[in-house]
Ligand binder design. Structure first.
Ligand code: PLP
Length: 577
């Protein structure tokens, strides 16, 4: 008779013999009220750990505490973004741990403590997340501020944070009683100094000696790496002089002796590649782009996903519970959404749409129309995402709304405080809203975060995405939309190259101009698709539109989820085979 797995036997229950996986990420989206994430990377990290808990994979998350968060966004009537610190109380949301470690930063001993957040999965198993905190009495004021802001400060502040994440994070696990880590997973290059920390441990008994090839091979055997950035400028690089100042000369010499410096710089992505036995990009196209960018390393592909129970709106969760109750424990069952009647999908979605309309009214006073086709667009405001591309030709938009069908638009998204181009995009959307006043209602919701993300991706009728090609590693908001029966209209890039089946799961922004990716061509393609296909289908053949909604859930919800993704990580990256 097979033994019944117990909670303490979670690795066996998942069918894996993994001892422990430590997952390091600069940001982790744990909850809307815990501002330890800025966007897609952090939300993905949170969804990864939530699925690991569901599956009983013995994972542990490691990140920083960010007492002042990323920032809270407000936007003036003219569309000018302002940033405010987020005040939150870790005491209310997390458990303070006793464990502390001390690491040398700029020649000072800096003490690092930590807090624990516990993620409980669908079957009651849990995954701990440790949030590192330098704001302790033992430290000077400047050091206490090192874990205050996510993506705030200059290169020096950033390198100090990465030292805390990689080095203190690696050391504190043993102090917390998690000594038996089998695999270290670096989510993006920010945490790759953990490779240096492991190397120091490795040669500890032979202090003063040079690391050997075998030492590096030992480190490499324990680490895996996921890269997320498809453009060279997006990878952290620090000048050797700064590395020496922050990490000290012995550590810098060790990096150099191990050939882990790139000329006069520390390239965090290269360091992560050098220290890993397995590396992957986050979508098929991103695998290809990363492989071209880093020809010296083998790059695999594991496409991102989302955690369905977190991202399904209440009305959709109810619908799934009624028709496919297994979906909560096993996302593959979402495939059987293909049997849900169209009118029930339409009715559930209408509830999500009303929730969005309520949120818009409560937050802005604007009243959207519940029968009008509603297009959603929310993501980080930065020029390559082209959030304003739909406003390229206002006359064409006016024509479409008058002669084909009415539509309204809901936007959201923060620009990084130093991203002037991104702030410009937010102003451009506001300007377009004024120009189209009385004809097309356009609202921009402030302070896009996880809760708002769920409301927007589930309440829109169509999810729009128009990034410059190959700039979007994967994108995940369209996956949240698909799960909620909201088809995408998107440029063929990132995950949409895999998830797009024309007229079945949504639509591509491609037309007779084919591959052209300039603003005018992309806008033209979007107008054509809206005018000739999407709006007529919505207004004249609602059951046809519902079939696409159902296709999005069944084909994309069942695949683009973190349960499939985490299983792939276990099979391809964590387990040795
Ligand atoms: C899902 C999500 C993202 C990532 O979406 P993209 O499509 O990758 O831009 C960013 N921010 C929030 C708040 C999210 O919920």
């Amino acid at each position: 008779m097979a033994a019944i797995p117990t909670d303490s036997d979670s690795a066996a229950a998942s069918g894996s013999s993994l001892a422990g996986v430590a997952y390091f990420s600069m940001e982790i989206g744990l909850d809307t009220a815990i501002p330890t994430y800025s966007g897609g990377l952090g939300v993905l990290a949170g969804d990864t750990l939530r699925s690991a808990a569901d599956l009983g994979i013995p994972m542990i998350g490691v990140t920083l505490l960010y007492r002042k968060g990323y920032f809270r966004q407000s936007i003036s009537i003219a569309g000018q973004q302002a940033e405010h610190p987020v005040e939150w109380a870790p005491e209310g949301a997390l458990d303070r741990m006793d464990a502390k470690v001390s690491i040398e930063i700029e020649g000072r001993d800096v003490t690092i403590g930590c807090w624990r957040f516990t993620i409980t999965g669908a079957t009651g198993r849990s995954v701990p997340v440790f949030l590192l905190d330098s704001d302790l009495e033992e430290n000077c004021d400047a050091d206490r501020a090192l874990t205050h802001y996510l993506y705030g400060g200059d290169d020096r502040y950033r390198l100090c944070q990465e030292a805390i994440l990689g080095i203190a994070g690696q050391k504190i696990l043993a102090a917390l009683g998690h000594g038996g880590i089998e695999v270290y997973h670096m989510n993006e290059g920010h945490s790759s100094l953990l490779g240096l920390s492991l190397l120091e441990d490795q040669i500890e008994s032979r202090r003063g000696k040079r690391p050997t090839k075998a030492d590096l091979a030992t480190i490499r055997d324990r680490c895996v790496f996921t890269t997320h950035t498809p453009v060279p400028a997006g990878h952290d690089r620090f000048h050797r002089s700064l590395v020496e100042r922050v990490l000290g000369k012995p550590r810098t010499d060790l990096l150099a002796a191990s050939r882990l410096l790139e000329g006069d710089a520390l390239n965090m992505t290269k360091l992560a590649f050098e220290c890993s036995r397995y590396a992957n990009g986050v979508a098929k196209i991103h695998q290809t782009v990363s492989q071209r960018m880093f020809p010296g390393y083998r790059v695999h592909g594991v496409t991102n996903g989302i955690h369905p129970v977190t991202w399904a709106a209440p009305a959709m969760s109810d619908l799934f519970d009624r028709h496919i109750p297994e979906w909560r424990k096993d996302s593959i069952y979402l495939r059987y959404a293909s049997n849900i009647p169209a009118d029930e999908i339409i009715a559930a979605h209408q509830k999500s749409k009303l929730a969005l309309i309520r949120t818009v009214r409560d937050r802005t006073g604007e009243v959207l129309d519940e029968e009008t086709f509603t297009i959603g667009f929310a993501r980080r405001a930065t020029p390559y995402k082209r959030g304003d591309v739909l406003f390229q030709n206002l006359d064409r938009l006016r024509w479409i709304t008058r002669h084909v069908g009415r539509f309204q638009l809901v936007f959201g998204g923060k620009a990084h405080p130093r991203d002037e181009g991104g702030k410009g995009t937010i102003r451009d959307v506001h300007e377009a809203a004024r120009a189209l006043e009385g004809l097309v209602k356009i609202v921009y919701l402030e302070n896009y975060e996880m809760d708002l993300g769920r409301i927007l991706t589930s309440g829109s009728d169509l999810w729009l995405n128009s990034p410059e090609k190959t700039r979007e590693a994967s994108g995940t908001s369209g996956m949240k939309a698909a799960l909620n029966g909201v088809p995408s209209l998107s440029v063929l890039d990132g995950w949409w190259l895999e998830g797009h089946v024309e007229g079945v799961t949504g639509w591509s922004a491609a037309n007779y101009r084919g591959a052209l990716d300039d603003r005018a061509s992309v806008a033209h393609a979007l107008y054509d698709k809206l005018e000739r296909v999407v709006l007529p289908l919505f207004y004249e053949r609602r059951n046809g539109y519902a079939a696409v909604m159902r296709g999005a859930i069944s084909l994309n919800g069942s695949f683009f989820n973190t349960q499939r993704m985490v299983r792939q990580y276990v099979y391809h990256a964590y387990e040795r085979r």
